[in-house]
Design a protein around this ligand. Structure first.
Ligand code: PLP
Ligand code: COI
Length: 355
């Protein structure tokens, strides 16, 4: 598809790596294309980064038909920029689109516009250790009517943001609060889709946790409120008595690409790994018996994030003396080594971007 380019006449100044944080700065351009039932995807364009004009009845504003993705471009030591498993994000985006009755984007088209846009904007990929260019594709229903139904119009946008670490703690362990009241998702709902509504519904518990000094919430299942699900912006893994345990994908949690990569890395290296239901009682018992050896979260923004403390119903549990564990550190090094190109990518996960 032809992509029309309008250059930004006022290019911005690239921020210093030390101020980056997460999602605060944006690059000079964004990618956009529109969908209509009659024309399919059309009008692909790279335009100066800036506000969107929306009809006040726009479906996304009223009924939340919005989905998004998150992936990163990494600058290698040789200066080349590469993506990590982008096809996985595109496939997940299309699964989210199907769940929310938004149009899917054919995989080849999505890969084409993504790689062309990143190639165009790649100068914004920072090179300081631990930094990357966060890529946020998103799509929203854009009918100009208040009827509730599958949309006939949608808009797909990609924005990019140079980032450092997601948590202020960086690679140091974070404190997580287990939420006992609100729930995030149930099977059959939208928990396994990456849609904005899931995050809006999680803010109340997130605020409560933050006020109490915790970085994020660990959700329990929405039916029995008993089984561990995932953290606000990452999947979760535990090392219990020598075995790595992570909640199985049963429909209510996000199938994380970092989660999948960790499992593939660990299995290839012969670790004992199990994807299954894990109850809060089993976790508490393991903690009390000293068998919970490590806990960490994994996600694109969060990378591998050690969990040093869990709080449940007012009771605080310290994990691994609040220090990063051996498997956590190993996963962090293996994964980021492949992403930044300092270790060989024997899995074929990385995709170099054209200069
Ligand atoms: N779970 C939630 C709720 C998330 O927002 C994310 C972040 O994308 C993840 C898990 C991790 O997914 P991924 O590894 O694909 O980034
Ligand atoms: C990501 O890791 O890409 C995410 O989408 C997390 C986000 C909610 C901050």
């Amino acid at each position: 598809m032809e992509i029309k380019i309008t250059r930004n006449p006022n290019p911005g100044v690239k921020p210093e790596p030390s101020v980056l944080g997460f999602g605060k700065y944006f690059t000079d351009h964004m990618f956009m294309m529109d969908y209509s039932a009659e024309e399919g995807w059309h009008d692909a364009r790279i335009v100066p980064f800036g506000p969107l004009m929306l009809h006040p009845a726009c479906t996304a504003l009223h009924y939340g038909s919005e989905i998004f993705e998150g992936l990163k471009a990494y600058r290698r030591a040789d200066g080349k920029v590469q993506l990590f498993r982008p096809i996985e994000n595109i496939r997940r985006m299309n699964r989210s689109a199907e769940r929310l009755c938004l149009p899917t984007v054919p995989e080849e088209l999505a890969m084409e516009v993504l790689t062309k846009f990143i190639s165009f904007e790649q100068d914004w990929t920072p090179s300081a250790p631990g930094t990357s260019l966060y890529i946020r594709p998103f799509m929203f229903g854009n009918d100009e009517t208040l009827g509730v139904h599958a949309v006939k119009h949608a808009t797909f946008v990609i924005i990019t943001s140079p980032v450092g670490s997601y948590y202020k703690e960086g690679i140091n362990p974070v404190k997580i609060m287990i939420e006992a009241d609100d729930v995030r998702a149930v099977r059959g709902g939208t928990g396994e889709a990456k849609c904005g509504g899931n995050y809006a519904a999680s803010n109340r518990a997130g605020e409560k946790a933050e006020k109490a000094g915790y970085s994020q919430v660990l959700w329990l299942d929405g039916v029995e409120r008993k089984y561990i699900e995932e953290v606000g912006a990452m999947n979760v893994m535990f090392k219990i008595d020598g075995e790595v345990v992570t909640p199985a994908l049963l429909g209510s949690i996000l199938p994380g690409i970092t989660r999948k990569s960790c499992l593939e890395l660990l299995r290839a290296e012969g670790y004992r790994v199990s994807e299954r239901r894990l109850s809060i009682d089993e976790l508490a018992k393991a903690l009390e018996e000293g068998k919970l050896e490590e806990a960490w979260g994994c996600g694109t923004a969060a990378v591998i994030s050690p969990i040093g403390e869990l709080c449940y119903m007012g009771k605080k549990y310290t994990i691994n003396n609040g220090e990063i564990g051996e498997v956590t550190a190993h996963l962090y090094n293996s994964l980021t080594g492949i992403q930044w190109g300092t270790l060989p990518d024997t899995y074929g996960w990385t995709l170099p971007i054209e200069d």
